[in-house]
Write a protein that binds this ligand. Structure first.
Ligand SMILES: [Zn+2]
Length: 107
């Protein structure tokens, strides 16, 4: 399992950029980035694609093809690539504002 360098999805099947060059041609089910195509052929940087994806509201890109993992949390997943602080800066504050703090198992 490998982490998507764009969105932090932790379960890619292949190394996105193998050391011998080129891309894996795997499409990240989370953000839709295809390594070797979105970057090499279409010229997107990870950062640009990530910004676009965040802008679209961080949708699960494989809707109808492959289900999102149980309890999928794109904002939390982003921490895998951005680190807790900047991911928090970008998204979590927003999320917490919208949904309120986790109330746990209180009755
Ligand atoms: Zn991704």
């Amino acid at each position: 399992m490998y982490v998507c360098p764009v969105c932090g999805y932790p379960s890619l099947d292949e190394v996105p950029r193998p050391p011998f060059g080129g891309g894996s041609y795997e499409i990240c089910p989370s953000c839709g980035f295809q390594f070797g195509v979105s970057d090499d052929d279409r010229g997107y940087s990870y950062r640009a694609w990530r910004a676009k994806w965040i802008d679209r509201g961080m949708p699960w890109d494989s809707e109808g093809v492959r289900d999102a993992p149980e309890g999928w949390d794109p904002a939390r997943q982003l921490q895998n690539v951005l680190g807790p602080k900047s991911a928090r800066d970008q998204m979590l504050v927003d999320q917490e504002f919208k949904y309120g703090p986790d109330s746990g198992d209180l009755p």
